[in-house]
Design a protein around this ligand. Structure first.
Ligand code: PXG
Length: 288
């Protein structure tokens, strides 16, 4: 496997960063998770914009322009002869000393990995996920905005560990006020009385690229959609629920905290949205 690392395409064995890199020492950096479908990178420009915004939010200078980022992302896919893949773009603060001071880091480091992705098993798309609400809350946006896709994922990781302790593959995370924010690596939607509803980013959700695509799909399907405050109750009594993410795509949820959602089976609107999403990923995107 070839990996793009700071200007070169190197073998996996040579793709190494320093133990003094602040991405490792402090989680000081930003990243993106992107999908390649049939030779097209899905919504690459939106991912790169989010990466640039994340970098700006943490006062990290992007080492490459948008055009250069596009080129190295596409070239990493080409070098590995991939047509379907998961792409991880990471920008770290770079090598510094043992103090926090990011201004002592000489230059940011950037790498791009394009590889196969382990998806949820098909049975969960067919039958839906049973998920739980975990005790770990989303970090208050005043401390670290959830809209910044930073290398600080410990909050989500704790949520993921707790989900597993409860026997679930994903989990609802609440914000510090008790409203639903999102899942550990996915955004959440409910269907209630024919309407699609998702928490606003201001409630502690990442502005997911897949989430954004659902707004376009809702328009295409003529399904009303809006952002609203959401409690666990709203999910318990919803007609349908699904999660969205570059990894998961659109995955139905049929149980939360032991309560059956709707009919207990993936619902008709979820099925329509998933079908529309799978159509879009094949035609939209940047040809590598
Ligand atoms: N919330 C969080 C906290 C995320 O990390 C999403 C929502 C969905 O955003 P996108 O832009 O992907 O629609 C994410 C993204 C994985 C994996 O390996 C996770 C993500 C993306 C790609 C792969 O589980 N999370």
């Amino acid at each position: 496997m070839k990996i793009y690392l700071d200007g070169k395409y190197v073998d996996q064995a040579d793709a190494k960063v320093s133990v003094f890199d602040h991405g490792l020492l402090y989680g000081d950096g930003v990243f993106e998770g992107i999908r390649l479908y049939g030779g097209n990178i899905f919504r690459l420009d939106e991912h790169l914009e989010r990466l640039e915004y994340s970098a700006k939010a943490i006062l990290l200078d992007m080492p490459l322009s948008r055009k250069e980022l596009t080129e190295v992302t596409c070239e990493t896919c080409r070098q590995n002869q991939l047509t379907d893949a998961y792409i991880r773009l990471v920008v770290t603060r770079g090598v510094g000393d043992l103090g926090l001071a990011p201004w002592l880091c000489a230059k940011p480091s950037i790498f791009v990995i394009a590889s196969k992705i382990a998806l949820y098993p098909q049975e969960h798309y067919d039958n839906g996920l049973a998920i739980v609400t975990v005790p770990t809350r989303r970090i208050n946006p005043a401390a670290l905005p959830a809209t910044v896709k930073s290398l600080n994922y410990l909050n989500n990781i704790l949520g993921k560990i707790e989900a597993r302790q409860f026997g679930a593959l994903e989990a609802i995370m609440l914000n510090d006020q008790g409203y639903v924010a999102e899942c550990t690596a996915d955004n959440v939607f409910i269907v209630h009385k024919g309407e699609l509803i998702t928490p606003a980013a201001s409630q502690g959700a990442l502005k997911g690229i897949t989430r954004g695509t659902i707004f376009d799909i809702a328009k295409e399907l003529n399904v009303p959609i809006r952002e609203a405050d959401m409690t666990r109750y709203d999910i318990w009594v919803a007609d349908e629920c699904f999660l969205t993410g570059s990894g998961a795509e659109v995955i139905p949820v049929v149980k939360l905290d032991g309560r059956v959602i709707g009919s207990g089976k993936p619902g008709p609107i979820t099925a329509k949205v998933l079908a529309a999403f799978r159509r879009r990923v094949l035609v939209e995107g940047t040809r590598i």
